[in-house]
Ligand binder design. Structure first.
Ligand code: ADP
Ligand code: MG
Length: 275
């Protein structure tokens, strides 16, 4: 056993044996905590992008994160997905996955799905092909003949298409979809991996009002089966979906509460909303 796996065991984790198993045996949410970040700092040379940040997300929560540009919101998602390592502090997914010691691939397989700001769908492939490409590798088949797919993949595909409302466009090349539809397709690609925790970075940026509304509905639907962390600037969108809101500024948490509460917070008004 490697030294770092042994370390994880000392932290009460079971990463060594748990990793690689079926997802139902994956992240341990038995204490209700899906995501646990404690005193996380990220330094880029002499610049501190995250500053002693502690964040606890409960299983089933839909947490919204707002804050000015450069506040560290994307860096926070980078830490959760392993793209950036915390310089200091602790980051756990459930009780058992020590995110700071896992690769981005291991983190994705452990049940964390992330949507980046820009859609990264395969433009030349159809909606269905994009979704199948995203399905777990052991189950997906190269051929895109629907009838030859495993029953569980067929079901996941149909369910996902309904959720992202792209059923009628299943054979359309992704490049011909609207911007909003591409964003939903990418969310669908996440869903095919059956993540427990979904991170969405500015999902409604560039969307029409109707698409934004539809995305809010989708987030509320996803909340029934997933834990979500959503970064957004669009306040009416946040107002529609939010429960608890975290305001980030200069890498630290400025305020936490309902949207109305944080909007009334003096620090938030000064550093983010403006007077
Ligand atoms: P937000 O998503 O809240 O707008 P970011 O997390 O993207 O903010 O960025 C936070 C700060 O960290 C910014 O000042 C940004 O320039 C800086 N930053 C982000 N990534 C890097 C990096 N890889 N190297 C250096 N600085 C970075
Ligand atoms: Mg960002």
């Amino acid at each position: 056993m490697s030294e770092h796996v042994a370390n994880i065991h000392q932290h009460g984790g079971q990463f060594g044996e748990g990793y690689g198993r079926a997802k139902s045996e994956g992240a341990d949410f038995s204490h209700g905590v899906a995501l646990y970040l404690e005193k996380v700092s990220v330094w880029f040379d002499s610049f501190r992008a995250l500053n002693d940040l502690s964040l606890y997300i409960q299983e089933g929560e839909l947490r919204c994160i707002i804050g000015p540009n450069g506040a560290g919101k994307t860096t926070l998602m980078d830490v959760i997905t392993g793209k950036t390592r915390p310089t200091e502090g602790t980051a756990f997914f459930g009780q058992n996955y020590n995110l700071a010691k896992m690769t981005t691939e291991q983190i994705a397989e452990s049940g964390i799905g992330r949507k980046f700001q820009k859609p990264t769908v395969f433009e030349n492939f159809t909606v269905m092909e994009n979704l199948l490409l995203a399905a777990p590798k052991d189950k997906s088949v190269k051929k895109s003949l629907f009838n030859r797919l495993a029953p569980e993949i067929k079901m996941a595909l149909q369910q996902t298409l309904e959720q992202i409302r792209l059923t009628e466009f299943v054979k359309k090349p992704a490049g011909l979809l609207s911007h909003g539809q591409k964003q939903w397709l990418e969310i669908g690609m996440l869903l095919m991996q059956q993540p427990k925790l979904i991170l969405l970075d500015e999902p409604v940026a560039g969307m029409t009002d109707a698409e934004t509304e539809r995305t809010a509905e989708l987030c509320l639907e996803l909340k029934k089966n997933h834990t979500l962390v959503v970064v957004e600037h669009d306040m009416s969108f946040i107002d529609t979906i939010s429960e608890k809101v975290t305001v980030l500024a200069q890498g630290a948490i400025l305020a936490e509460g309902t949207l109305a509460e944080v909007q009334a917070n003096e620090d938030v008004i000064e550093k983010y909303l403006g007077r």
